[in-house]
Design a protein around this ligand. Structure first.
Ligand code: FES
Length: 106
């Protein structure tokens, strides 16, 4: 099962992620802090903002038009590493992914 590591402030949490889930859902289901996910994963709230830090980031899908629009609305600064974690599917190929949860989501 792929593992995903989340940095939340000073805390580092690595969890097993189920293929077919998303980086957002995996965080919520494992009580990883800092992700609000107000819209439930529909790319309509920008409260699941993470920064890609390490691992197989090239295995993730490109930013869609909808994600791009919402990334303009993040509370924490957007950087080239910014993604909406609800738009990041879990596959075996993302084993070892490391993300940092944005400090502020709303
Ligand atoms: Fe709302 Fe990701 S959960 S944009």
């Amino acid at each position: 099962m792929p593992k995903i590591t989340y940095h939340v402030g000073e805390e580092v949490v690595t969890v097993d992620a189920a293929p077919g889930s998303t980086v957002m859902l995996t965080a919520v289901q494992n009580d990883v802090g800092g992700i609000v996910a107000e819209c439930g994963g529909n790319a309509m709230c920008a409260t699941c903002h993470v920064y890609l830090e390490d691992g197989p980031v090239d295995e993730l899908p490109a930013i869609s038009v909808a994600e791009e629009e919402m990334l303009e609305c993040t509370v924490s600064p957007r950087t080239p590493a910014s993604r909406l974690s609800c738009q990041l599917p879990v596959t075996d190929a993302v084993d070892g992914l490391v993300v940092r949860v944005a400090d502020e989501q709303s």
